[in-house]
Write a protein of this length. Structure first.
Length: 363
Protein backbone atom coordinates (compact mmCIF):
# COMPACT_ATOMS: atom_id res chain seq x y z
CA UNK A 1 0.00 0.00 0.00
CA UNK A 2 2.90 2.34 0.71
CA UNK A 3 3.71 3.21 -2.90
CA UNK A 4 0.24 4.66 -3.40
CA UNK A 5 0.07 6.60 -0.15
CA UNK A 6 3.55 7.97 0.44
CA UNK A 7 2.67 11.17 -1.41
CA UNK A 8 -0.53 11.81 0.48
CA UNK A 9 0.99 13.86 3.28
CA UNK A 10 3.47 15.85 1.22
CA UNK A 11 3.17 19.49 2.09
CA UNK A 12 1.63 19.09 5.52
CA UNK A 13 2.83 21.87 7.80
CA UNK A 14 2.83 19.73 10.94
CA UNK A 15 2.44 16.12 11.97
CA UNK A 16 -0.87 14.99 10.49
CA UNK A 17 -3.73 13.87 12.68
CA UNK A 18 -5.11 10.37 12.11
CA UNK A 19 -8.72 9.20 12.20
CA UNK A 20 -8.92 5.42 11.78
CA UNK A 21 -12.49 4.06 11.59
CA UNK A 22 -12.93 0.29 11.82
CA UNK A 23 -16.48 -0.89 11.09
CA UNK A 24 -17.76 -4.19 12.47
CA UNK A 25 -19.07 -6.88 10.08
CA UNK A 26 -19.69 -4.35 7.30
CA UNK A 27 -20.22 -5.97 3.92
CA UNK A 28 -18.27 -4.85 0.86
CA UNK A 29 -21.42 -3.44 -0.75
CA UNK A 30 -23.12 -1.93 2.32
CA UNK A 31 -22.18 1.69 1.53
CA UNK A 32 -23.57 3.93 -1.16
CA UNK A 33 -20.06 4.53 -2.49
CA UNK A 34 -19.44 0.77 -2.78
CA UNK A 35 -22.66 -0.03 -4.58
CA UNK A 36 -25.52 -0.23 -2.09
CA UNK A 37 -28.85 0.79 -3.61
CA UNK A 38 -30.74 0.48 -0.32
CA UNK A 39 -28.56 1.94 2.46
CA UNK A 40 -27.82 5.67 2.59
CA UNK A 41 -24.35 6.75 3.76
CA UNK A 42 -23.97 10.38 2.64
CA UNK A 43 -20.95 11.25 4.78
CA UNK A 44 -18.89 8.25 3.73
CA UNK A 45 -19.97 8.77 0.12
CA UNK A 46 -18.71 12.35 0.33
CA UNK A 47 -15.46 11.12 1.86
CA UNK A 48 -15.01 8.69 -1.02
CA UNK A 49 -15.39 11.52 -3.51
CA UNK A 50 -12.26 13.17 -2.12
CA UNK A 51 -10.35 9.98 -1.36
CA UNK A 52 -8.80 6.87 -2.83
CA UNK A 53 -10.87 3.70 -2.62
CA UNK A 54 -9.01 0.40 -2.52
CA UNK A 55 -11.27 -1.97 -4.43
CA UNK A 56 -9.36 -5.14 -3.54
CA UNK A 57 -8.92 -4.62 0.19
CA UNK A 58 -8.93 -7.59 2.54
CA UNK A 59 -9.29 -7.79 6.30
CA UNK A 60 -6.52 -9.42 8.32
CA UNK A 61 -8.89 -12.11 9.62
CA UNK A 62 -12.48 -13.22 9.16
CA UNK A 63 -13.55 -12.56 12.78
CA UNK A 64 -13.32 -9.66 15.21
CA UNK A 65 -10.51 -9.91 17.78
CA UNK A 66 -7.65 -11.18 15.57
CA UNK A 67 -8.48 -8.61 12.92
CA UNK A 68 -8.13 -5.87 15.54
CA UNK A 69 -4.87 -7.30 16.87
CA UNK A 70 -3.39 -7.47 13.37
CA UNK A 71 -4.45 -3.89 12.64
CA UNK A 72 -2.89 -2.50 15.81
CA UNK A 73 0.34 -4.54 15.72
CA UNK A 74 0.99 -4.66 11.98
CA UNK A 75 1.38 -8.43 12.12
CA UNK A 76 -0.29 -10.97 9.88
CA UNK A 77 -2.54 -13.60 11.41
CA UNK A 78 0.36 -16.07 11.24
CA UNK A 79 2.38 -14.02 13.75
CA UNK A 80 -0.39 -12.10 15.52
CA UNK A 81 -0.55 -12.31 19.33
CA UNK A 82 -4.32 -12.97 19.00
CA UNK A 83 -5.57 -15.57 16.53
CA UNK A 84 -9.18 -16.15 17.60
CA UNK A 85 -11.91 -14.47 19.64
CA UNK A 86 -10.85 -16.20 22.90
CA UNK A 87 -13.88 -15.45 25.08
CA UNK A 88 -13.34 -15.38 28.86
CA UNK A 89 -15.97 -16.62 31.37
CA UNK A 90 -18.52 -14.00 32.39
CA UNK A 91 -17.79 -12.19 35.66
CA UNK A 92 -20.24 -11.15 38.35
CA UNK A 93 -22.23 -8.18 37.06
CA UNK A 94 -20.31 -7.58 33.83
CA UNK A 95 -18.73 -9.14 30.77
CA UNK A 96 -15.16 -10.37 31.19
CA UNK A 97 -13.91 -9.79 27.66
CA UNK A 98 -11.43 -11.62 25.49
CA UNK A 99 -7.87 -12.83 25.88
CA UNK A 100 -5.40 -9.98 26.14
CA UNK A 101 -2.40 -9.33 23.97
CA UNK A 102 0.86 -10.08 25.81
CA UNK A 103 2.03 -7.35 28.15
CA UNK A 104 4.28 -4.87 26.40
CA UNK A 105 3.09 -5.68 22.88
CA UNK A 106 3.91 -2.57 20.81
CA UNK A 107 0.98 -1.13 18.90
CA UNK A 108 0.31 1.65 16.45
CA UNK A 109 -1.04 3.73 19.35
CA UNK A 110 2.04 3.08 21.49
CA UNK A 111 4.34 4.38 18.78
CA UNK A 112 2.22 7.44 18.07
CA UNK A 113 1.87 8.19 21.79
CA UNK A 114 5.64 8.04 22.20
CA UNK A 115 5.95 10.47 19.29
CA UNK A 116 3.81 13.04 21.11
CA UNK A 117 0.35 12.21 19.78
CA UNK A 118 -2.77 12.38 21.91
CA UNK A 119 -4.37 8.95 21.51
CA UNK A 120 -7.97 7.86 22.02
CA UNK A 121 -9.97 4.72 21.25
CA UNK A 122 -13.76 4.86 21.04
CA UNK A 123 -15.87 1.80 20.33
CA UNK A 124 -15.20 -1.94 20.71
CA UNK A 125 -11.85 -3.07 22.09
CA UNK A 126 -12.15 -6.88 22.29
CA UNK A 127 -8.53 -7.46 23.34
CA UNK A 128 -8.78 -7.86 27.12
CA UNK A 129 -9.31 -5.33 29.88
CA UNK A 130 -11.80 -6.80 32.37
CA UNK A 131 -11.16 -10.49 32.97
CA UNK A 132 -7.55 -9.84 31.94
CA UNK A 133 -6.96 -6.25 33.12
CA UNK A 134 -3.44 -6.15 31.69
CA UNK A 135 -5.23 -6.03 28.34
CA UNK A 136 -6.81 -2.62 28.97
CA UNK A 137 -6.26 -0.12 26.12
CA UNK A 138 -4.28 2.14 28.46
CA UNK A 139 -1.47 -0.44 28.40
CA UNK A 140 -1.37 -0.39 24.62
CA UNK A 141 -0.91 3.29 23.97
CA UNK A 142 -4.31 4.88 24.48
CA UNK A 143 -4.71 7.93 26.73
CA UNK A 144 -8.48 7.54 26.64
CA UNK A 145 -10.90 4.69 26.00
CA UNK A 146 -14.68 4.80 25.94
CA UNK A 147 -16.95 2.02 24.77
CA UNK A 148 -17.12 -1.75 25.13
CA UNK A 149 -14.07 -3.56 26.47
CA UNK A 150 -15.76 -6.90 25.78
CA UNK A 151 -16.95 -7.62 22.26
CA UNK A 152 -19.70 -9.93 23.54
CA UNK A 153 -21.04 -6.99 25.56
CA UNK A 154 -21.11 -5.08 22.26
CA UNK A 155 -23.82 -7.41 20.95
CA UNK A 156 -26.23 -5.02 22.71
CA UNK A 157 -26.42 -1.53 21.21
CA UNK A 158 -28.60 -0.22 24.04
CA UNK A 159 -26.27 -1.34 26.87
CA UNK A 160 -26.84 -0.77 30.56
CA UNK A 161 -23.26 0.45 30.92
CA UNK A 162 -20.17 1.40 28.95
CA UNK A 163 -16.53 1.44 30.00
CA UNK A 164 -15.11 4.94 30.35
CA UNK A 165 -11.37 4.26 30.56
CA UNK A 166 -11.22 2.89 34.13
CA UNK A 167 -14.85 3.48 35.14
CA UNK A 168 -18.13 1.73 34.42
CA UNK A 169 -20.66 4.36 33.34
CA UNK A 170 -24.34 3.47 33.59
CA UNK A 171 -26.70 4.53 30.80
CA UNK A 172 -30.12 5.31 32.32
CA UNK A 173 -33.11 4.03 30.41
CA UNK A 174 -31.32 1.07 28.85
CA UNK A 175 -32.38 -2.37 30.09
CA UNK A 176 -31.17 -4.76 27.37
CA UNK A 177 -34.44 -4.39 25.47
CA UNK A 178 -34.79 -3.87 21.73
CA UNK A 179 -34.85 -0.11 22.28
CA UNK A 180 -33.59 2.18 25.02
CA UNK A 181 -32.94 5.83 25.76
CA UNK A 182 -29.29 5.89 24.66
CA UNK A 183 -27.95 4.18 21.55
CA UNK A 184 -24.46 3.00 22.44
CA UNK A 185 -22.76 4.38 19.30
CA UNK A 186 -24.24 7.83 19.99
CA UNK A 187 -22.82 7.84 23.53
CA UNK A 188 -19.44 6.73 22.19
CA UNK A 189 -19.45 9.48 19.58
CA UNK A 190 -20.24 12.08 22.24
CA UNK A 191 -17.25 10.99 24.29
CA UNK A 192 -14.99 11.03 21.24
CA UNK A 193 -16.09 14.57 20.43
CA UNK A 194 -15.43 15.66 24.01
CA UNK A 195 -11.97 14.12 23.93
CA UNK A 196 -11.13 15.78 20.63
CA UNK A 197 -12.30 19.15 21.91
CA UNK A 198 -9.87 18.83 24.83
CA UNK A 199 -6.82 18.03 22.67
CA UNK A 200 -4.60 21.14 22.39
CA UNK A 201 -4.66 22.55 18.87
CA UNK A 202 -0.86 22.36 18.65
CA UNK A 203 -0.79 18.63 19.48
CA UNK A 204 -1.33 15.96 16.82
CA UNK A 205 -3.88 13.29 17.63
CA UNK A 206 -4.76 9.71 16.76
CA UNK A 207 -8.41 8.71 17.09
CA UNK A 208 -9.16 5.01 16.66
CA UNK A 209 -12.89 4.35 16.20
CA UNK A 210 -13.63 0.60 16.14
CA UNK A 211 -17.37 1.13 15.83
CA UNK A 212 -19.69 -1.67 16.92
CA UNK A 213 -21.92 -1.20 13.87
CA UNK A 214 -23.37 -3.06 12.01
CA UNK A 215 -22.60 -6.13 14.15
CA UNK A 216 -25.76 -7.76 15.46
CA UNK A 217 -28.05 -7.34 17.36
CA UNK A 218 -30.41 -5.33 15.15
CA UNK A 219 -30.80 -2.22 17.30
CA UNK A 220 -30.88 1.25 15.80
CA UNK A 221 -32.09 4.80 16.49
CA UNK A 222 -35.90 4.89 16.22
CA UNK A 223 -35.91 7.91 13.88
CA UNK A 224 -33.78 6.06 11.34
CA UNK A 225 -35.84 2.88 11.62
CA UNK A 226 -38.91 4.99 10.87
CA UNK A 227 -37.12 6.54 7.90
CA UNK A 228 -36.46 3.14 6.36
CA UNK A 229 -39.90 1.82 7.27
CA UNK A 230 -41.28 4.59 5.07
CA UNK A 231 -39.43 3.06 2.09
CA UNK A 232 -42.19 0.48 1.85
CA UNK A 233 -39.87 -2.54 1.70
CA UNK A 234 -41.24 -6.02 2.12
CA UNK A 235 -39.84 -6.52 5.63
CA UNK A 236 -41.01 -9.74 7.33
CA UNK A 237 -40.70 -9.75 11.11
CA UNK A 238 -37.85 -11.66 12.71
CA UNK A 239 -39.11 -14.06 15.36
CA UNK A 240 -35.91 -14.18 17.40
CA UNK A 241 -33.62 -17.05 18.32
CA UNK A 242 -30.03 -18.03 19.17
CA UNK A 243 -29.91 -15.30 21.79
CA UNK A 244 -31.22 -12.49 19.57
CA UNK A 245 -34.41 -10.55 20.28
CA UNK A 246 -37.32 -10.55 17.83
CA UNK A 247 -37.60 -7.50 15.58
CA UNK A 248 -40.72 -6.29 13.74
CA UNK A 249 -38.77 -4.72 10.83
CA UNK A 250 -35.29 -6.25 10.66
CA UNK A 251 -34.36 -4.92 7.21
CA UNK A 252 -35.19 -1.36 8.21
CA UNK A 253 -33.20 -1.86 11.42
CA UNK A 254 -30.05 -3.03 9.62
CA UNK A 255 -30.13 -0.13 7.18
CA UNK A 256 -30.76 2.26 10.08
CA UNK A 257 -27.72 0.92 11.92
CA UNK A 258 -25.41 1.61 8.98
CA UNK A 259 -26.91 5.05 8.39
CA UNK A 260 -26.60 5.75 12.12
CA UNK A 261 -22.91 4.88 11.92
CA UNK A 262 -22.56 7.23 8.97
CA UNK A 263 -24.35 10.01 10.85
CA UNK A 264 -21.90 9.79 13.75
CA UNK A 265 -18.96 9.69 11.34
CA UNK A 266 -20.34 12.90 9.86
CA UNK A 267 -20.32 14.46 13.33
CA UNK A 268 -16.64 13.57 13.72
CA UNK A 269 -15.84 15.05 10.31
CA UNK A 270 -17.69 18.27 11.22
CA UNK A 271 -15.75 18.60 14.49
CA UNK A 272 -12.41 18.15 12.72
CA UNK A 273 -13.36 20.79 10.15
CA UNK A 274 -14.50 23.16 12.91
CA UNK A 275 -11.01 22.88 14.41
CA UNK A 276 -9.53 23.84 11.05
CA UNK A 277 -7.72 20.49 10.85
CA UNK A 278 -9.45 18.68 8.00
CA UNK A 279 -6.64 19.34 5.54
CA UNK A 280 -4.07 17.99 7.98
CA UNK A 281 -5.92 14.83 8.95
CA UNK A 282 -5.50 11.37 7.47
CA UNK A 283 -8.88 9.60 7.39
CA UNK A 284 -9.07 5.84 6.88
CA UNK A 285 -12.27 3.81 6.84
CA UNK A 286 -12.43 0.02 6.58
CA UNK A 287 -14.02 -3.03 8.27
CA UNK A 288 -12.79 -5.86 10.48
CA UNK A 289 -14.21 -8.56 8.17
CA UNK A 290 -16.95 -9.15 5.64
CA UNK A 291 -20.68 -9.23 6.28
CA UNK A 292 -22.12 -11.86 8.56
CA UNK A 293 -24.51 -14.65 7.57
CA UNK A 294 -28.28 -14.94 8.02
CA UNK A 295 -28.45 -14.58 11.78
CA UNK A 296 -30.37 -12.39 14.19
CA UNK A 297 -32.70 -11.15 11.44
CA UNK A 298 -29.96 -9.91 9.09
CA UNK A 299 -30.68 -10.53 5.40
CA UNK A 300 -27.44 -10.25 3.38
CA UNK A 301 -29.17 -11.25 0.14
CA UNK A 302 -31.67 -8.40 0.39
CA UNK A 303 -28.89 -5.84 0.82
CA UNK A 304 -26.39 -7.52 -1.50
CA UNK A 305 -23.82 -7.10 1.26
CA UNK A 306 -21.45 -9.72 -0.16
CA UNK A 307 -22.80 -9.57 -3.70
CA UNK A 308 -20.71 -11.61 -6.12
CA UNK A 309 -18.52 -13.06 -3.37
CA UNK A 310 -18.38 -16.55 -1.94
CA UNK A 311 -18.95 -17.01 1.78
CA UNK A 312 -19.30 -14.63 4.70
CA UNK A 313 -17.82 -13.70 8.07
CA UNK A 314 -16.02 -16.59 9.85
CA UNK A 315 -15.12 -18.14 6.48
CA UNK A 316 -11.79 -17.75 4.70
CA UNK A 317 -13.47 -16.91 1.42
CA UNK A 318 -13.83 -13.58 -0.34
CA UNK A 319 -17.12 -12.85 1.43
CA UNK A 320 -15.47 -13.19 4.82
CA UNK A 321 -12.42 -11.10 3.99
CA UNK A 322 -13.21 -8.51 1.30
CA UNK A 323 -13.97 -5.14 2.86
CA UNK A 324 -14.43 -1.50 1.86
CA UNK A 325 -11.37 0.71 2.29
CA UNK A 326 -11.37 4.48 1.85
CA UNK A 327 -8.23 6.56 2.42
CA UNK A 328 -8.03 10.36 2.42
CA UNK A 329 -4.96 12.35 3.36
CA UNK A 330 -3.45 15.78 2.75
CA UNK A 331 -1.84 16.16 -0.66
CA UNK A 332 -3.82 13.44 -2.43
CA UNK A 333 -3.38 14.11 -6.13
CA UNK A 334 -6.68 12.82 -7.45
CA UNK A 335 -9.99 12.98 -5.64
CA UNK A 336 -12.44 10.18 -6.23
CA UNK A 337 -9.71 7.79 -7.37
CA UNK A 338 -9.55 4.03 -6.98
CA UNK A 339 -6.79 1.42 -6.84
CA UNK A 340 -7.13 -2.32 -7.44
CA UNK A 341 -3.83 -3.41 -5.90
CA UNK A 342 -4.41 -6.05 -3.22
CA UNK A 343 -4.02 -4.59 0.29
CA UNK A 344 -4.62 -6.14 3.71
CA UNK A 345 -5.73 -4.60 7.01
CA UNK A 346 -2.40 -5.09 8.75
CA UNK A 347 -0.75 -3.03 5.98
CA UNK A 348 -2.29 0.06 7.55
CA UNK A 349 -0.03 -0.11 10.63
CA UNK A 350 3.24 0.49 8.77
CA UNK A 351 1.61 2.71 6.15
CA UNK A 352 0.33 5.13 8.79
CA UNK A 353 3.67 5.18 10.60
CA UNK A 354 5.49 5.83 7.34
CA UNK A 355 3.15 8.71 6.53
CA UNK A 356 4.09 10.40 9.82
CA UNK A 357 7.81 9.57 9.46
CA UNK A 358 7.96 6.91 12.17
CA UNK A 359 9.52 3.43 11.80
CA UNK A 360 7.20 0.47 11.27
CA UNK A 361 7.61 -3.21 12.02
CA UNK A 362 9.81 -3.84 9.02
CA UNK A 363 7.87 -7.04 8.34
Amino acid sequence: MLQFLLALCVGAESSPNILLIFADDLGLHDLGCTGSTRIETPHLDALAEESMQFTRAYSSACVCAPSRACLLTGKSLATSPIRDNGELPKMEGRFAGQRAMPEGTPTLATKLQQAGYATGAFGKWGLGGVGEPQGHPKYFGFDRFYGYLCQYHAHNLFPRYLDAHEEMVMLPGNDRSLLGDTWGPDAICEDALGWLDAVPEDQPWFMYVPTIVPHLALQAPPDLISYYNDKGWDDPAYEGGRGYLPHPTPRAAYAAMVTGMDRNIGRLFAAIKARGEWDNTIVIFTSDNGATFELGGFDPEFFGSNRGLRGHKVQLYEGGLRVPMIVRAPGVSQEGSSEDTVVVGYDLHDTILDLVDLPGTGE
